[in-house]
Design a protein around this ligand. Sequence first.
Ligand SMILES: Cc1cc2nc3c(=O)[nH]c(=O)nc-3n(C[C@H](O)[C@H](O)[C@H](O)COP(=O)(O)O)c2cc1C
Length: 176
Amino acid sequence: MKTMVIVAHPNLSDSVKNQALLSELRKLPDTHIRDLYQEYCNWSINVEREHQLLLDHDLIIFQFPFYWYSCPPLLKKWFDDVLTFGWAFGPEGENMRGKEFMIATTTGGSEGEYRAGGRNWCTISEYIRPIHSTIARCNGTFLPPFISYNSSAEALKEDAKRYVEVVRYSQMKLPQ
Ligand SMILES: Cc1cc2nc3c(=O)[nH]c(=O)nc-3n(C[C@H](O)[C@H](O)[C@H](O)COP(=O)(O)O)c2cc1C
């Protein structure tokens, strides 16, 4: 059972929240963590390589800071380039079936802002519906998202531990 974490942060070296999550996540065995913006600084995604990496992993996590109610643009490009007709969906496009996918995101806004009547009106689950639908269309299983709304150092530490527990639990549920 192998896990791949695709981190999409335009400036990971200046990150506080995503780095806090990653520092705990790195302690997990069998977890392949990638920095998408570093790997593809020219934005030219190697589709064949990405297909092979998807085939090699059972649980795929997209980790990113929430940007304008969505993911950073290189991850959107990754979806556009990698999830191709005939490979990820459509006739004979069966390669994503049986795989599990999760979003792990950090926000600037508080949890209370992400609800009906709150400042943002919608929940994160509502904002990420396009990604949820994309995964469902490709016959993948979309797990509940992990969201870190917090910003204090103490709360971030707790979030990072909770993140690792969520990932560990998802790994345990998959066939070994
Ligand atoms: C371009 C941009 C757009 C952002 N859009 C949102 C947003 O829509 N909602 C939100 O809660 N935070 C938003 N933020 C705040 C980021 O989500 C927050 O700074 C990030 O999660 C912090 O993580 P980091 O320390 O790893 O960078 C935005 C930040 C930037 C730079």
